[in-house]
Write a protein that binds this ligand. Structure first.
Ligand SMILES: Nc1ncnc2c1ncn2[C@@H]1O[C@H](COP(=O)(O)OP(=O)(O)O)[C@@H](O)[C@H]1O
Ligand SMILES: [Mg+2]
Length: 448
């Protein structure tokens, strides 16, 4: 009720301000009305008292002579020219009225009366009954006029405040409308543009800043995606050119079946690599779209690592390398995915390790995570390159030229698999000791 959930802020504010103003003005008007009313009543009381004193004085003066005719004359004279007053006296058992003839009404609403007794003329000790009446019609008119004026004031005031509030809100909102127009002009081909926060109020500025920060992030993602497209095209161009070249060569002139077979065999290899790259890219895009690993609880991760090590054994032996698995942890994992990630790490290590050294595959854990790290001795990696290792198509040895088996997606896939397991990758290079690995969320999901 207090907050405009939806709908117009302007209407909400002007309605509330109108209501509050009406209440406030209404209170003030009531107070003015009652104060004035009280004032009128006090004045009427005072007038009656004063006239009563004068009449009493007249009657007292007359009491000595005891002549009721003189008294009547004097009283008539006294009330002459005082149209608001009248007096009813019981002289000698008869009621006599003096002064204006005040219209008799049932409930005496238009008059104010006071009753008192006076000494009867001529017969000291006897009292006569007197009733002094004041006509208050003019006061009642004044009071009514005042009431209507005050009610009108309250309504007009509330309406004015409500209108002014609506205008103010409209003015305050004008820059926001301008923001809307600016936002509408934003387009994908003008990705670098931002909303202008100057001219916005203090309250709106943080919102604009947040919005601009979102734009910034979107721009970064957009640029990255565009870069990714360029990378993909770049990566595919060389193998495709090779394929076309070899095929054209094979088609030109007469070739023996053996040569053709050879060309086709080599083309097939190239196509398989391309297909591998496309599959890797598909996998990464699925991971980007939030695909999650289907986890199975594994108590002994070292066994899974051992299998991967066995798979790379022959390759390692060729370079005189030793593979050593150590440590233990338990985690909820997607076995094939985890094997793929570790396999990527081990094949990198086998490729970059100093000949004859040992590659250590170590698994450990803390309260929340299982950690898998593959370390090898080799050329140090510059600090600034460490975070970029996990970017798509990043290759430290670009200078070596195109290598169809190593298109720089291996560690990007490791990072994606880590994320699919609620973890993230890490890389460190200290001296000639290089460690690359990742952590996984190791919380056991209770089966029900
Ligand atoms: N064990 C390692 N020692 C040194 N450099 C490494 C190691 N692992 C990865 N790198 C660097 O990270 C880059 C990216 O690795 P990766 O994503 O697996 O791509 P690729 O193996 O296809 O080159 C590699 O080109 C290499 O420069
Ligand atoms: Mg690799």
């Amino acid at each position: 009720m207090m907050q405009p959930r939806s709908g117009s802020l302007r209407r909400w504010l002007s309605r509330w301000l109108a209501m509050l103003t009406f209440l406030g003005l209404g209170g003030v008007c009531l107070a003015v009305y009652y104060a004035t009313n009280l004032n009128l009543q006090t004045r009427q009381e005072a007038l009656l008292q004063q006239k009563m004193e004068v009449i009493r004085h007249l009657v007292d003066e007359n009491a000595a002579t005891g002549d009721s005719t003189t008294l009547r004359h004097k009283l008539s004279d006294f009330f002459y020219g005082r149209p608001d007053f009248s007096l009813v006296l019981e002289i000698d058992g008869a009621k006599t009225a003096f002064g204006a003839d005040i219209a008799e009404d049932e409930d005496h609403a238009h008059e104010r009366r006071i009753m008192f007794s006076l000494p009867a003329p001529g017969t000291p000790g006897d009292a006569m009954h007197a009733e002094l009446v004041l006509d208050i019609t003019s006061d009642l008119h004044l009071r009514a006029a005042l009431a209507w004026t005050l009610i009108a004031c309250a309504f007009v005031g509330a309406a004015a405040v409500s209108g002014i509030a609506a205008l103010l809100v409209r003015r305050a909102m004008a820059p926001v409308d301008e923001l809307g127009r600016q936002a509408a002009r934003l387009a994908p081909d003008r990705i670098g543009e931002r909303l202008d926060e100057s001219g916005q109020s203090e309250e709106i500025q943080p919102l604009v800043r947040q919005f601009n920060a979102v734009l910034q992030r979107l721009e970064r993602a957009y640029v990255q995606m565009e870069g990714f497209n360029a990378d993909v095209a770049h990566e595919m161009r060389t193998p495709l050119a090779t394929l076309i070249g070899q095929t054209e060569l094979a088609l030109s002139g007469r070739r023996s079946e053996a040569v053709l077979r050879d060309v086709m065999g080599s083309n097939l290899e190239e196509l398989q690599r391309l297909s591998g790259m496309v599959n890797d890219m598909l996998f990464l895009s699925q991971a980007d779209r939030g695909a999650q690993a289907r986890g199975v609880w594994v108590d002994r991760l070292s066994e899974v690592l051992g299998e991967v090590a066995d798979y790379h054994e022959a390759e390692a032996q060729e370079r005189g390398l030793t593979l050593a698995v150590s440590g233990e942890a338990a985690a909820c994992i997607d076995r094939p995915l985890l094997q793929r990630a570790v396999s990527n790490l081990v094949s990198n290590a086998v490729r970059y390790a100093d000949a004859g050294s040992t590659i250590r595959i170590h698994v450990s854990h803390d309260d929340e995570h299982a950690l898998i790290a593959v370390s090898n001795a080799g050329e140090p990696i510059a600090k600034e390159h460490l975070p970029r290792l996990f970017h798509r198509f990043y290759r430290g040895d670009e200078a070596r030229g195109f290598d169809a088996n190593h298109h720089g997606l291996g560690l990007a896939i490791v990072a994606a698999i880590a994320r699919m397991h609620g973890g993230r990758p890490f890389a460190a290079s200290e001296g000639r000791d290089i460690t690359i690995g990742f952590c996984l969320s190791a919380r056991k999901i209770t089966e029900n």
